[in-house]
Design a protein around this ligand. Structure first.
Ligand code: SF4
Length: 322
């Protein structure tokens, strides 16, 4: 990596439930350079959000990070206590726009009141200085400065989401995680928000992680792509290469199931079956019960990620069957 801001190694997070240990995220490793963006896609329940919460050290019980490192600015955040994480990492170094984040704005306080909070807590900035900074970032996300004095009910869904993005940038984090940032927005506003994030990445040089179940919106905004299946990375590497020429059977099927603007796709495919129960995932390759190319070895041995044409692919037959 040329200029790494984030280095994640073997990150593993499980939930300890009455029904058993849910292996929600297993052995995730990746790096992110300054200004780079990683798109993370996969079906619901594949571990995308668990990974995001693990990165900001905010996995809620009964879950916990059981192994691995999240290195940012020389700090391994998963080893920090909650107080240390708040002081040193969250907002400051890694910020996150949560799924449905626009609903977290409290209706009884103005936007400004709520935006100023992290500035006060983390940097002791108050009064006019805080207002100036908030208004600056409202401007960055394309909002009028007077939004500062408005109440959330006076804003549209798209404006609220922009407020959340502005707030997440206030402490100038090196990495911004956007977890399903356009959920519940209509397609026009969705496009505006994605364009906004793309612009901010370019202008502020911030590194971003986009998480979504909708692979089609990632191609425009990500340099790198990670396809997750059942808590594991199936394929990870250059976004354009993966998008145009997938090497993992799951990626292939996932891409064949979405409409592609620049490809002559006659018929969309569906992936038969359903994602596995992660309390008791399938032996060997977790995708084998749904994979059209599965052979005996797939049931018996877990495939190690291996390098194929500029990406890592966790498949025994990577590059041979797709
Ligand atoms: Fe399919 Fe086997 Fe590859 Fe898994 S290892 S994706 S089951 S071919």
């Amino acid at each position: 990596m040329a200029n790494p801001v984030l280095d994640v190694r073997n990150l593993t997070t499980h939930y300890f439930t009455r029904k058993g240990e849910v292996q929600a995220l297993d052995d995730a490793s990746f790096g992110l350079d300054k200004g780079e963006s990683l798109g993370v896609a996969g079906e619901s329940g594949c571990g995308k959000s668990t990974m995001a919460f693990s990165l900001i050290n905010q996995v809620q019980p009964p879950g916990r990070v059981v192994e691995g490192e999240v290195n940012i600015d020389g700090i391994n955040s998963v080893q920090l206590s909650e107080t240390e994480t708040r002081k040193k990492v969250r907002w400051k170094r890694i910020s996150m726009v949560f799924q449905g984040a626009m609903d977290i704005l409290t209706p009884v306080y103005t936007v400004g009141h709520q935006m100023k909070e992290p500035l006060h807590y983390h940097q002791g900035i108050t009064g006019d200085e805080a207002r100036e900074k908030c208004e600056k970032y409202l401007g960055e996300v394309g909002l009028d400065r007077e939004i500062f004095t408005r109440y959330p009910h006076e804003l549209s869904g798209g404006q609220k989401q922009r407020v959340i993005i502005a707030t997440s940038l206030l402490l100038e984090p090196a990495v911004l995680i956007a977890d399903e940032p356009t959920t519940s927005l209509d397609v026009v506003v969705e496009a505006q928000i994605m364009n906004l994030l793309k612009r901010l990445k370019k202008e502020l040089g911030i590194s971003m992680i986009f998480i979504t179940h909708d692979l089609s919106i990632l191609s425009e905004v990500s340099n790198k792509l990670s396809i997750m299946y059942a808590g594991k990375f199936a394929e990870l590497g250059d976004a354009e290469r993966i998008y145009n020429n997938p090497k993992h059977p799951y990626t292939e099927k996932l891409l064949a199931s979405i409409p592609r603007l620049h490809k002559d796709v006659k018929r969309l495919e569906r992936i038969p079956g359903a994602p596995p129960n992660l309390v008791d995932p399938p032996s060997g390759c977790r995708f084998h019960p749904r994979c059209p190319y599965a052979e005996k070895v797939c049931q018996e041995e877990e495939p190690e990620p291996r390098g194929v044409e500029g990406r890592k692919v966790a498949c025994h037959f990577a590059g041979e069957v797709t």
